[in-house]
Design a protein around this ligand. Structure first.
Ligand SMILES: Cc1cc2nc3c(=O)[nH]c(=O)nc-3n(C[C@H](O)[C@H](O)[C@H](O)COP(=O)(O)OP(=O)(O)OC[C@H]3O[C@@H](n4cnc5c(N)ncnc54)[C@H](O)[C@@H]3O)c2cc1C
Length: 561
């Protein structure tokens, strides 16, 4: 059986940074990913990465910390936030030394742009292709460090025995074989789950596989009710139009040509946090002020001028021309909210350890929690870098003192083969696409930006029904290599589990905080709900507990922008 000291699932920014660090600490490291490594969703990140570098205006980590905690609607753990923001400036310089080319000011210093919810100019960027620059420079370093890469390996199961993580089961798509792989330390860096909603900025790969696998192996999930909807998805499919477009000065307009953000966030306007602007756009649309009464508004960049748009937002321009037939130099871009980011995820401590020995997590699939109830733009890439590095360090340290697990993989491999064969030979007649669409429509109609008890209850019933019908899924593709029907079924299973956890928690949380807005409990309620949710999968059920939020510096206050 293949074995390594440290195995990292996922080749996004968190996985790459973890791999580099673990290799640096002397561990024998491998990355396993279901796509080619630099195809991870991180490569699509546009607007930038936050740090109080103070290149454009005065800044300091305390301001960054306060903005993050306030943006999080006070649900973030403040000790974790302090780690994140204090280490940020040095991490940017480190990334630069690792080869990332950031956009520059005239004097050669790293340029920065404003971003939503940040009170100072803080986002370091590479035009609107920041993720591309980061992923590629880190991948070069990962290759240089001699990390093994198993690409186009689809991980289907996490092996935990007696509270210790021992390995994984994966489908090697190229060879058409089911494999098991063991390791002293395993780090999940499997990204988010945007595709549980039909309209999303996320990649086709973002199905919450890691979150679902961890859940099924008994690892608790934290704060699953908090899903970020980005205000400006390109209409109608939801492809991201970066907040950087508003950072550069873009305006949101309704059908009356009004900059409506002033009604919802009089001071910060278009640079208010995402939860507030997503609700603002949704309200404008619901109240009939969408463009021509339809379900989108306009993002107007025309006043920025051709030169700035071409230099700072070339990708956005390309996307708008190709997908909406609009050149932002000449006309406004049609936008509406799009499912974007998972604040919740696999429960980890500040060293990125899960409660299961030998299992660690970092990046979007995890919850450390630095984003609380609402993440600020540019803080996610930062989290991947800071906590990816930490996860690599902790996992390598753990591996140093652990022996290679004893694992008999035969029964796990057979179980997985049986599962595949059952799907191929099934006669239940349920189709993957149909179930996926029903799930996505349910989430979109009932577990969306505005939520209420009766919708959430009916969504939960529907998800349980979909879960049962999943047992009768049948796939027609009988081939062993690149069987995308099989991987599609596995991804659907992940989406169902994630949708279930989001909905169950959304129903339980009877208040409005950050991205979680209940029309039937429309106020934040610190007395009863200033706490993290912890969800455990036990005996076929999801059980919810709660845990205190760590507050070190900033007591909760009313959140105004
Ligand atoms: C369009 C877009 C733009 C964004 N722009 C910004 C920005 O400007 N600034 C910012 O801070 N944040 C931004 N974000 C958010 C940020 O990019 C992500 O949160 C972050 O990149 C996630 O990185 P990650 O390493 O956790 O996961 P990902 O980059 O999503 O990588 C996940 C990895 O896990 C692998 N994987 C998943 N499941 C399996 C499985 N079953 N088997 C094997 N491998 C698996 C995938 O193949 C992939 O390699 C943006 C997000 C999107 C969608």
């Amino acid at each position: 059986m293949i074995s390594h000291d440290v195995v990292i699932i996922g080749s996004g920014l968190a996985g790459m940074r973890a791999a580099l660090e673990a290799a640096d600490k002397g561990a024998d490291v491998a990355i396993v990913a279901k796509s080619y490594p630099v195809r991870a969703h991180s490569v699509e990140a546009q607007g930038g990465i936050a740090a109080s570098l103070a290149r454009v205006e005065e800044d300091n980590w305390e301001d960054h910390m306060f903005d993050t905690v306030k943006g999080a609607d006070y649900l973030a753990d403040q000790d974790a936030v302090e780690t994140l923001v204090k280490q940020a400036p040095e991490a940017i310089i480190e990334l630069e030394n690792l080869g990332t080319l950031f956009s520059r000011l005239e004097d050669g210093k790293i340029n920065q742009r404003p971003f939503g919810g940040h009170s100072n100019v803080r986002s370091c960027f590479t035009s609107d292709k920041t993720g591309h620059a980061l992923e590629h420079s880190l991948f070069e370093q990962v290759m240089k460090a001699g990390v093994d890469v198993y690409d186009e390996w689809f991980v289907t199961r996490l092996i935990v025995e007696n509270g210790t993580c021992k390995g994984i089961v994966a489908y090697d798509m190229q060879k058409g074989e089911i494999e098991a792989l063991k390791a002293k330390s395993i780090i999940f860096c499997t990204g988010g789950y945007g595709r549980v909603y039909g309209i999303t900025s996320n990649d086709l790969q973002n199905n919450g596989d890691g979150i679902s696998m961890a859940m099924q192996a008994g690892v608790p999930l934290e704060d699953m009710e908090f899903v970020q909807f980005h205000p400006t998805g390109l209409y109608p499919r939801g492809t991201l139009i970066t907040e950087g477009a508003r950072g550069e000065g873009g305006h949101l307009l309704n059908d009356e040509g009004e900059r409506f953000a002033k009604k919802y966030a009089p001071d910060m306007m278009e640079l208010a946090p995402r939860d507030i602007l997503a609700r603002a756009i949704e309200t404008e649309i619901r109240e009939g002020r969408g463009i021509d009464g339809g379900d989108y508004v306009h993002l107007d960049l025309t006043h920025l001028g051709e030169e700035k748009i071409k230099e700072r937002l070339p990708l956005i321009r390309e996307l708008a021309i190709d997908s909406a037939g609009v050149d932002p130099i000449e006309g406004p871009i049609p936008v509406r909210p799009t499912a974007h980011y998972s604040m919740g995820g696999i429960y980890i401590d500040n060293n990125c350890s899960t409660p299961v020995d030998g299992l660690f997590a970092a990046g979007e699939c995890s919850c450390v929690s630095v984003h609380g109830a609402n993440r600020l733009g540019t803080n996610s890439l930062l989290e991947c870098v800071i906590f990816g590095r930490k996860a690599g360090e902790t996992a390598a340290e753990y591996a140093k003192n652990a022996s290679m697990p004893q694992l008999s993989s035969k029964e796990y491999i057979e179980e997985e083969r049986d599962k595949m064969e059952n799907l191929m030979n099934g006669e239940g007649g349920e189709e993957i696409n149909e179930l996926e669409e029903e799930l996505q429509n349910t989430m979109r109609d009932k577990v969306y930006i505005f939520r209420n008890e009766s919708d959430l209850k009916s969504a939960l019933d529907k998800i349980i029904e979909i879960k049962e019908r999943f047992e009768n899924v049948q796939i027609k593709d009988q081939s062993m290599t690149f069987n995308t029907a099989y991987t599609g079924a596995m991804e659907l299973e992940s989406l169902i589990n994630v949708g279930w956890a989001i909905t169950k928690n959304a129903l339980a949380r009877k208040e409005s905080r950050g991205s979680h807005y209940r029309t039937d409990y429309d106020e934040r309620n610190d007395e009863d709900w200033l706490k993290h949710s912890l969800t455990r999968f036990e005996n076929g059920e999801l059980n919810i507990d709660y845990e205190n939020v760590t507050i070190t510096k900033y007591e909760p206050k009313k959140r105004e922008y």
